[in-house]
Design a protein around this ligand. Structure first.
Ligand code: SF4
Ligand code: SF4
Length: 104
């Protein structure tokens, strides 16, 4: 599993770099995030949750039936929308109320 960063969307806030437990993310010469050693990403999705502009896509490997699908998040006030894009482009959205996260 690994992530892909859409640098066209990245605003260089650095949030993802602060939360990656493996220190896998770094700033390129433009201040935008890049991943080193993508094979070392263990898929915790912390960076995906942290990104305010949906610039990080988390790929769902064949080992969990992802078949090329991916996840990203969109923020809306107290809500975090997890968007799963399937191999055929269809989207499924799961919305989490961040104030009630322990209820899920
Ligand atoms: S998914 Fe987790 S381990 Fe992988 S790059 Fe993001 S924060 Fe780091
Ligand atoms: S959290 Fe998103 S916008 Fe901020 S540096 Fe990382 S990829 Fe770029």
């Amino acid at each position: 599993m690994s992530i892909r960063i859409n640098k066209d969307n990245c605003i260089g806030c650095g949030g993802c770099r602060q939360v990656c437990p493996g220190s896998l993310l770094y700033a390129d010469e433009q201040g935008k995030s890049e991943i080193r050693y993508p094979q070392d990403c263990w898929g915790c999705t912390s960076c995906v949750k942290e990104c305010p502009v949906a610039a990080i896509q988390f790929y769902l490997g064949a080992d969990i039936g992802g078949r090329g699908g991916y996840l990203y998040t969109r923020r809306e006030k107290n809500y975090l929308h997890w968007v799963m894009v399937g191999p055929d482009g269809t989207e499924t959205v799961i919305t989490i109320d961040k104030h009630k996260a322990n209820a899920y």
